[in-house]
Design a protein around this ligand. Sequence first.
Ligand code: PLP
Length: 354
Amino acid sequence: MSRFVSKEASLLAPYTPGEQPQDQQYIKLNTNESPFPPSPKVVKAVSRAELLKLNLYSDPACQPLAEATARHYGLRAENVLTGNGSDEILAFAFRAFCGRDRGVAYADITYGFYKAQTALFGLSATIVPLREDFTLCVDDYMDFPGTIIIANPNAPTGMAVPREDIQRLLEADPDRVVIVDEAYVDFGAESCVPMIFRYDNLLVVGTFSKSRSLAGGRVGFALGSAELIGCLNRVKYSFNPYNVNRLSIVAGTAAMEDQPYFEACCASICQTRAWTAGELERLGFAVLPSQANFIFVKSDRLSGEELYRKLKENGILVRWFDAGRIRDYVRITIGSLEQMEALVETTAALLEAL
Ligand SMILES: Cc1ncc(COP(=O)(O)O)c(C=O)c1O
């Protein structure tokens, strides 16, 4: 490490993103993007006229985007904060609701960025193991005095917690913030958004990266009471007031307003997920019950690492985590039906060749 690095930076635990080859020669099933392009309404909205306004700063309140998001969820704009991907929103939330005297709790197997951001802000983290079968049991968090973050559905398992379990957590301690990261909720899980008006300690975080085909646009959001959103805004305006660029505000607004396209994309993913899970089970795989746009699978004939490497050699990228009790699994993003047919065919041939 350079002698110029600060002590604080030397202590960071940077997140390793999934591989992002820029040449598109792979069937890319490793970072839970949508296989579908953005809505045609997005393509139209990001017009030459909008490009010609790039000499001007973007709207710091992201008004059209916040309003479209609020309308979609039956909320008011004061209940919404939009950000440069939900990763940025998560950072605002950690800074806003955790500190020296208030740590954060999250599962041992969950989205890797929680650990990276906890280290960035020097927070104390309490790691709560998932149960043996990878279920998250909210009883394990009941007595935790700090902020709780739960990815629901969880990543990389795809498994979801029922809304009433989160409700029990919110009620157990009204003075503790519970952040529910709903990056994957649109693929079949129960959203906690309807509870926002009842519980002022609930913050729901969402993203346009998965179900709205805008991973490259970097648009995320938080939904909560006006007071919680106010706390996030304190952080945002201390860090980057123009956090969403002009083109992403326009693109996100159009994506949020195209309900039929959104529904069609989600329905297609859910259908293809069921097909893929069935085919892999037929090949002898154990498939965890997923309510997300990916599945977490394990074969007893090939290790997770071998499967990842052999698929990669055959032009298919999936995600393998070299970590503890998930080492035997790979996470496979649900792509188009054609992509999943290729995955199943290649996997069958790999098993055949053993
Ligand atoms: C659980 C979870 N939350 C948040 C994110 C971040 O999404 P983005 O920053 O693209 O909005 C991801 C990305 O994969 C995720 O898996």
